[in-house]
Write a protein that binds this ligand. Structure first.
Ligand code: UD1
Length: 420
């Protein structure tokens, strides 16, 4: 296993190009199960998670190739409807093969994804939505067995205790494209990645309206055809580079960055003292004034993304004053707090709140990554800290950030990989 070593306290400067959005690419790759015709998806990041999805698609009988950011998927020899525990358990997004398999093959057996370090992560909303379309579902030995000889459109409310669900909306929307009649999903997730999936489905011949809003309408069609699509930029990667610039008092220009997908983050960062300017599709991020503390509450889109919570906490650890960070999507998503405190941060966790008292400097330390976004937060902390930070278990980082080491080096960061 490798660890990432960072010699911090170094201003990052220069240009970086954001990769395609992992969370859009994964369900879009799964959506190709809805057709036997070839599909081409461009701008797919080369990551552990996209590689896992390729393996799952192959295990379901697709020919799937990846070459320089382009995924080509075509019908293989035998189509299958069984998604194995070994693959699904490594990545929660694998569960979004359930909807398309059910839509196309009228049956599916997909392993339950299980919980993970950021929380329990149930799938009740996925199953509720698919049942509303007429699927019969049973759970046996850790697998969801679903069958639906005739999927029928229906109206449903898909909100849960923590609001809408991204992958449940994806799963139900995909199944509904091939159901008979009209489906209306109320309290649908509005995330740009859900809207991007809908755009791909529309290119495949689906009839969808209202994507990107809490009410999505899908008029079922008989079949879908092959399509070509370009994945939207990764808003979480973009946000992470903006924070890398601010936390190092740097000056980074970010290409392929869609600020309109980052409204809540931009608003908070402007309040905190950031200057974000956009020219010719490039966003320049730097400090306008001295950093000021901000209070943040995570919410479903367009609210502040839970996937940026850990990273903004890093910034607040070196911002004078007190900030309160409240996690409303995954109340236990605070594994990074203890690690930041090992670097000298003053953070007190109180239920779903983290109270951060900003200090002048973090100090480098050996720390451990617990999940994808917690790893990004430790990278940011390491970039800002005085001394050397060694982050172990960086395979988490590789699940979501393409070429992050090379991209940081291109910005002048002193960062390298070592064997544990
Ligand atoms: C997606 C993202 C993930 C992000 C999360 C929230 C992908 C591949 N992953 O995950 O990076 O952190 O959205 O923005 O797109 N819930 C239920 N029942 C369900 C499903 C979810 O109660 O059936 C709860 C979850 O436990 C959580 C909340 O709903 O509290 C939101 O989760 P959800 O949007 O489903 O997350 P994912 O789609 O798994």
């Amino acid at each position: 296993m490798d660890k990432l070593v960072i010699e911090g306290n170094n201003r990052l400067k220069g240009e970086v190009v954001v990769s395609g959005a992992k969370n859009a690419a994964l369900p879009i790759m799964a959506a190709t199960l809805l057709t036997d015709q070839p599909c081409v998806i461009k701008g797919v990041p080369s990551l552990r998670d996209t590689n896992t999805m390729l393996k799952i698609l192959r295990s379901l009988g697709k020919d799937a190739e990846f070459d320089k950011g382009t995924v080509r998927i075509a019908r293989g020899k035998d189509t299958g409807s069984f998604a194995d525990y070994k693959l699904v358990s490594t990545m929660r997004a694998s569960f979004c093969v359930l909807g398309p398999l059910l839509g196309k093959l009228k049956k599916a057996k997909v392993s339950l994804p299980g919980g993970c370090v950021i929380g329990v992560r149930p799938v009740d909303l996925h199953l509720k939505g698919l049942k509303a379309l007429g699927a019969e579902i049973s759970i046996e030995a850790g697998y969801v067995n679903a069958s639906a000889p005739k999927l029928k459109g229906n109206s449903m409310y898909l909100g849960g205790v923590y609001g809408s669900s991204v992958l449940a909306t994806d799963n139900v929307m995909m199944a509904a494209t091939l159901a008979r009649g009209k489906t209306i999903i109320e309290s649908a997730a509005c995330e740009p990645e859900v809207a991007d999936l809908a755009e791909f489905l529309i290119k495949m011949g689906a009839k969808i309206k209202g994507h990107g809003t809490p009410t999505i309408e899908i008029e079922g069609v008989k079949e879908l055809h092959g399509a070509e699509h370009q994945i939207i930029p990764d808003r979480i990667e973009s946000g992470t580079w903006i924070l890398a610039s601010l936390i190092t008092n740097g000056d980074i220009r970010i290409k392929n960055c869609c600020l309109s997908h980052l409204g809540a983050l931009v608003d908070k960062l402007q309040e905190a003292g950031a200057l974000l300017t956009k020219t010719d599709g490039t966003v320049r991020a730097r400090l306008r004034t001295k950093l000021k503390p901000v209070n943040v509450s995570t919410l479903p889109y367009p609210g502040f993304p839970t996937d940026m919570q850990a990273q903004i906490m890093s910034l607040m650890t070196v911002t004078p004053g007190i900030s309160v960070i409240t996690e409303k999507i995954y109340p236990d998503r605070f594994m990074h707090v203890a690690e930041l405190n090992r670097m000298g941060a003053h953070i007190l966790r109180e239920g779903p709140h983290a109270i951060v008292e900003g200090i002048k400097n973090l100090s480098g330390a050996p720390v451990m990554a617990s999940d994808l976004r917690a790893s990004a937060c430790l990278v940011l902390a390491g970039l800002a800290a005085k001394g050397t930070t060694a982050i172990s278990r960086i395979y988490h980082l590789e699940r979501g950030y393409e070429n992050i080491e090379q991209k940081m080096q291109g910005l002048g960061a002193k960062v390298w990989r070592e064997k544990e």
